[in-house]
Design a protein around this ligand. Structure first.
Ligand SMILES: NC(=O)c1ccc[n+]([C@@H]2O[C@H](COP(=O)([O-])OP(=O)(O)OC[C@H]3O[C@@H](n4cnc5c(N)ncnc54)[C@H](OP(=O)(O)O)[C@@H]3O)[C@@H](O)[C@H]2O)c1
Length: 393
């Protein structure tokens, strides 16, 4: 690829775990990728370090009170990067004409607006922020269609399915069954989860991730969100999406076809592999991930998830089937409950009941546009906070 053909990228959530993995891949291919913009919420120093290292044109800090700090930090590093702050600046970075590719790696529904803006602007959208497709699946898919861009999943399971579906006709895909693998998280074999601490919940046996998604993995809500994500991404209904626990995290997901064939995508558990795939698709580039060593991989095992202990799975399926605003409520309740757990204001075992209570007590009409989604999200958060205050006197 020549220098003029280099892709120009905005990384939303550059200071996070996904942001770091993506920058690691990009650093291996500097002639192919130019970093246009990088964003964070409050981590000024890391953002300025990244902007200086990758010579970014723009750095955006989500917290508007930190604009001056960001400017000072960039100046201290001798970076020529322009500093901006606030929600509008995040959206502007996502739809800027100077970039052709956007990595959506903000955590939570905070990623919704910039992700949708990138889709509407026809960007090549590398989607890690699963919460945006969970909350606004129909709107996001329509925005991608209208914008004329390409949506490439970064989540390792959906990235695996994307790879398994390459070259598959629409009719074969319509009859396919998706099998999402789940590591089972840190509590697969643990019965008493009452006294679990945030650090225990974040100690994932296979993947190194941000704290929110680590807790989601421990409750299996991460897999529930992924079922909703898969349904929107691949147009497959919930009754043809299965989950299988596969603690070794070697198979990242599978597709079963009408003739009984099952295709699986495998690799070591390293997010740089799906990121490299999404960055270079339809080509392949080196990711830096360790190679799979079959002779020493040990046995690969599979089991059915324990839905009585990990009830978030059923709530996610139920909200996908119910449609309308249910997934927005599910996601908001989960984000507030996980935040309260990480702040040690809620027990681990109260996360699922909080979500169940929210789904049973708040059933707003289906959203028509992004403003409706944001309004329902805000209202659900207020109600979830009230519930949690009631639980912890
Ligand atoms: N980590 C993984 O392996 C993995 C795998 C698959 C999918 N995902 C998905 O990828 C997304 C990112 O996950 P992560 O693990 O990388 O999260 P993370 O490490 O917590 O990083 C989150 C990033 O989002 C920024 N951010 C946080 N709140 C924000 C807000 N309100 N507005 C704007 N930016 C905000 C953070 O900035 P600050 O640093 O300033 O807080 C940081 O850059 C999540 O949706 C997750 O589900 C992650």
């Amino acid at each position: 690829m020549t220098k003029t053909a280099a892709r120009s990228i905005t990384i939303l959530g550059a200071t996070g775990s996904i942001g770091a993995s993506a920058l690691d891949v990009i650093a291996r291919h500097r002639q192919r990728y130019r970093v246009f913009a990088v964003t964070a919420q409050s981590n000024v120093n890391d953002l300025a370090d990244i902007a200086a290292k990758f010579d970014a044109d723009v750095a955006v800090i989500g917290d508007p009170t930190l604009e001056r700090s960001l400017r000072d930090a960039l100046r201290a590093r001798g970076a020529k990067t322009r500093a901006h702050a606030g929600r509008d600046a995040l959206v502007a970075a996502a739809q800027a004409p100077e970039c052709d590719t956007v990595l959506a790696a903000i955590v939570g529904s905070a990623g919704l607006e910039p992700t949708l803006a990138a889709a509407a602007a026809g960007k090549r959208l590398l989607l890690a922020n699963k919460e945006s497709i969970v909350c606004a699946g129909a709107l996001l898919m329509a925005a991608v269609e209208r914008g004329g861009g390409t949506l490439l999943p970064v989540d390792s399971e959906h990235n695996a399915i994307h790879q398994c579906l390459a070259g598959v006709s629409k009719s074969e895909r319509d009859g396919a069954r998706l099998i999402l693998t789940a590591s089972g998280g840190p509590f697969l074999k643990r019965d008493d989860l009452d006294g679990v601490t945030p650090d225990e919940a974040c100690a994932h046996p296979k993947w190194v991730m941000g704290r929110k998604i680590s807790v989601d993995s421990a409750t299996l809500m991460n897999k529930g969100l992924e079922v909703i994500e898969a349904s929107w991404l691949f147009g497959i209904p919930p009754d043809r999406i299965d989950i299988v626990i596969h603690p070794q995290s070697v198979i990242h997901s599978m597709v079963e076809f009408g003739d009984g064939s099952v295709l699986a995508q495998m690799g070591t558990p390293d997010m740089r592999t799906p990121l490299a795939y999404a960055l270079a698709w339809p080509e392949r580039i080196a990711s830096g991930a360790r190679r799979l060593d079959f002779a020493n991989a040990g046995p690969l095992t599979f089991e059915t998830p324990d839905r009585r202990q990990f009830r978030c799975l059923d709530y996610a399926y139920a909200s996908l089937r119910r449609g309308g605003a249910a997934s927005v409520v599910l996601n908001a309740a989960n984000e507030i409950a996980v935040q309260a757990f990480l702040q040690e204001r809620l027990r681990f075992t109260d996360i699922a009941p909080t979500i169940e209570q929210m789904l049973g007590s708040f059933d707003p009409p289906a959203p028509n546009d992004i403003d409706d989604v944001l309004m329902i999200d805000r209202e659900a958060r207020v109600r979830a906070r009230e519930l949690i205050v009631e639980k912890v006197p």
